[in-house]
Design a protein around this ligand. Sequence first.
Ligand code: AMP
Length: 396
Amino acid sequence: MTHRSLADIDLSGKNTLIRVDLNVPVDGSRVTDDTRIRRILPTVEAVIAGGGKPVLLAHFGRPKGQRVADMSLSVVVDALAAASGRTVRFAEDCIGEAVAAAVAALGQGEILLLENTRYHAGEEKNDPEFAGTLAANGDVFVSDAFSAAHRAHASTVGLADHLPTVAGLGMDAELTALGKALSAPERPVVAVVGGAKVSTKLDLIGNLLEKVDAVVIGGGMANTFLAAQGHAVGTSLCEHDMLDTARDIMTRAKAANCDIILPTDVVVAETFAANAPNRTVPATACPDDMMILDAGPKSVAAIIRCFEASKTLVWNGPLGAFEIEPFDGATNAAAAAAAGLTASGALLSVAGGGDTVAALNASGSGDKFSYVSTAGGAFLEWLEGKALPGVAVLEA
Ligand code: AMP
């Protein structure tokens, strides 16, 4: 699927409404991590270079249609000014006369940030009238928040009914990376699906096994699959009510010619705690009083062999309880192997969703993947094969 991008539009003299993700972590009035702020800068700079005036639209937290003081986007003004090196003006609403006046007064090369779109109930309802009032202050709409693209809101979808609409550079990069990973990938494709529970990832696994050549199952959810095969899992995290579902997934994978790769050896401990005494046992032999907390070295070797035989990797979820050492071992070793294969040009690697970014960052290998999506829910819905409304409006 192709999408319209910044190169398809003339921005000269245009008031450019850019939907960005500024949902940054804060401590009081201080931004504690400006990653999301830095990610919007290429698009803002491209708009300015093209002669447009950047007017930023974003949500912050969940004020549910009310003005909630500690959910004001004014908290990011200083961090945005520092990161961009530009003058940042702030309007205390995202619609109306105050915004019109601020847009008119905005100097070339300055950035205007509008107040939290979710202060208005019309935002999350995608109310056409509200979208019209948002659009009144812009000439074009640049959609640059992939992380909000799974929501049909006024600032992600509704604006496209009123203004010429294109993807910003961040959205463009995300759609291009995701397209290469699943829509038109180089084969073979391997997916790693880890994390706590099968029940939260059923749609995701169901979609992937139709599209990829192998699925590595790790983390707590692998225990459910081992139990479904009749193996004892001791005191492990295991969804005993999902055994039929796990068996059904394995049957469907076989029909779709997709290999399911489960751990053959596992690291077990008596407690879920850092540095808990542990040992490695066959995946068929978890002691009754112990729990599986990671995949073992033989499993990791098999996963790495699968990576080496693949051209494309999609990764969501850790292979073990990565927050507590040494149960981050399998995740770290597999991530390092994927990073190495990526660096040598043998593998295109795309990862994302929830804890995956934290796990890969902790492993020290995340920045060596081809692309790591920080989009969370939108990335997971994309892995589930769902159409994202904020992407549909960009399709050419
Ligand atoms: P998710 O949010 O579904 O991606 O799951 C991530 C969580 O799964 C992390 O907090 C991990 O600690 C947890 N996890 C992974 N493997 C295991 C395991 N074998 N036992 C218990 N928790 C696990």
